[in-house]
Structures are given as C-alpha cells and as structure tokens.
Design a protein around this ligand. Structure first.
Ligand SMILES: NC(=O)c1ccc[n+]([C@@H]2O[C@H](COP(=O)([O-])OP(=O)(O)OC[C@H]3O[C@@H](n4cnc5c(N)ncnc54)[C@H](O)[C@@H]3O)[C@@H](O)[C@H]2O)c1
Length: 260
C-alpha cells in the first residue's frame, strides 16, 4: 500500500494517461513529465496534426507509447470515440488530465450564447464526460487519479474573462463533488490552479501588457514555466500523492496570496 511506503513513487502507478489539450502548453508539459517516468500517454487536442506531432516528440524523447488524436472536447460523441481509440492504443488507462482550454477576452458586454457554451463545454463538461468514458478503466487500475486544470482566476475576480472565471470556479467545485463520489472506487480527483505560465495561451497577454505587468504582483517576481505545472500534475497522478483528493493545488509563484 503506497500510504506506508516511504520510497520515491513518482513512477507508480505505471498506467497510461489521457491528456486533453495535450498538443500545447501545460498539457504537453504534463505529457513530457509523465513520459519521463515511463507512463504512456494519449494526447487529445482539437488540433489533430499538432497532437500527432507532440506524441511523436514524446515517443522519441522518452521511448514510451504515445498517441495523438484529433478531439474536440465540446463533442460528447468525439470523446467516446477517442476513449475507444486510446484504450486500444495504450497498455492501460489509470490517469486523466484535462488541460484543453480557451480564454474569452470580451468581458460582460461581449458574452454571447455561443461563447458562454464554448467556455463551459470546453473547461467544465468534459471532466464529467471523460470520467463517464473511463470509469471502468480507472476503477480497475489501483492508484488511478484525475487532474483538472482550474486557474487562480477561479479565486481572483477578473472583469476581462467572466466565462473563463466561472468555468474555472466550476472546476474547483466539480472536483470536490467527483472526489466524494469516486473515493470509494479508489480514484483520487484534484485540481491544479496555475498562475501566469508562459504558454501560447498566455503569451499574447504578456506581449500586449506593459513590461513586467504580471511580475510585480507575483511574490517570486517571475512568470512560471509549463514544466513547473507538468511536475505537479505528475505528482498528483502518482502514489506520492496517495492521500490527496478533492484538493486544489495552487502553483502561482505566490500570486493569489500577494498584497503587492
Ligand atoms: N498558461 C497559463 O498561464 C494558465 C493559467 C491558468 C490556467 N491555465 C489553464 O491551463 C490549461 C492549458 O492552457 P495552456 O496555457 O497550456 O494553453 P494552450 O493554448 O497552450 O493549450 C491549450 C490547448 O487546448 C486545445 N484546445 C482548445 N480548445 C479545444 C477543444 N475544444 N477540444 C480539444 N482541445 C482544445 C488547444 O488546441 C491547445 O492545444 C487551460 O485550461 C488553461 O485555462 C493556463
């Protein structure tokens, strides 16, 4: 039982992991972190070509099984099909990382029915659909765990992106509900809330704002690197985190605790 084993357990369990948004940024960094300890990965992304190329990179860098699939996580049918394909391609599935994401920038006045539905159906609903699709896989593999990507925006009010903020707040609450349901099946469910991390999603904001706009608020005075999230995701999916469920792990260099 991992609870009493003090030896490093980062590579355990050795099950495969499905990662949405796996072609870029935090999803890709999570895939590399997991592959570095020998875990097979299925990278799902709306950009299928980039997902395949990212999977190829992971295979050649780490020598693990890795596939890339074109999946729009807004589409429940596509999630079911990709679950079948991932099950066929990986030796087993004992982890899910939901990293697919977009960000609205039009504030209250710019919300449309379509943008609202997109935000919720990309960030929030897939967590449920993924768990429904993989429940039997996760139940049958000891040490299974799920990580959903929330954000410090779930806690901080930001006028610019109300849909994103609402969806991420929903992620924190949904994770706690699902963790309660799934504990009896041995499945842990947690969220990671990144602060500002330099990815293709963040770069346009960094470029558009005045120099060191974000850094002045962050206690560590720097923007984070994707690998600094990937390592935390890997930890949460490992037996090192055997007693952590229903938690939000904030990885923000000291942003939401800042008074600067
Ligand atoms: N970068 C940050 O500073 C930061 C901070 C807090 C939270 N996050 C969250 O982390 C997650 C990853 O963001 P990132 O910074 O790596 O961004 P990113 O843009 O680099 O990666 C997001 C990926 O999601 C994919 N995607 C978008 N819509 C999709 C859909 N409908 N179906 C499948 N895939 C889709 C994109 O193609 C892209 O590859 C997001 O949920 C984001 O909200 C990021």
């Amino acid at each position: 039982m991992p609870g009493t084993d003090i030896r490093p357990n980062l590579a355990s369990p050795n099950t495969g992991v499905v990662i949405t948004g796996g072609a870029s940024g935090l999803g890709f960094a999570s895939a590399r972190a997991l592959a570095a300890v020998g875990r097979a990965v299925a990278l799902w992304d709306i950009d299928g070509a980039r997902a395949e190329s990212a999977a190829g990179q992971v295979r050649s860098e780490f020598g693990v099984a890795a596939i890339g699939l074109a999946v729009d996580v807004r589409d429940p049918h596509a999630i079911k099909e990709a679950a079948e394909a991932s099950r066929a391609a990986l030796p087993s599935i004992g982890g899910i990382v939901h990293c697919a994401g977009i960000v609205d920038t039009a504030s209250l006045e710019g919300i449309t029915i379509e943008s609202w539905d997109d935000g919720i159906n990309i960030h929030l609903r897939p967590i449920v659909l993924l768990l429904q699709a993989f429940l039997e896989d996760l139940k049958s593999n000891p040490g299974s765990a799920v990580v959903a990507t929330a954000s410090i925006n779930a806690t901080l009010g930001n006028a610019v992106n109300p849909i994103y903020t609402a969806a991420k707040g929903g992620v924190l609450s949904l994770v706690r509900s699902l963790a309660d349901r799934l504990a009896k099946d041995g499945i842990r469910v947690n969220s990671v809330s990144p602060g500002q991390i330099m990815t293709p999603m963040m770069k346009p904001s960094v470029d558009a704002l005045p120099d060191r706009y974000f850094e002045k608020r962050i206690l560590m005075e720097r923007i984070g690197e994707p690998e600094e999230i990937g390592r935390v995701v890997r930890f949460l999916l490992s037996d090192e985190a055997s007693y952590i469920t229903a938690s939000e792990i904030v990885v923000d260099g000291g942003n939401i605790s800042s008074q600067r």
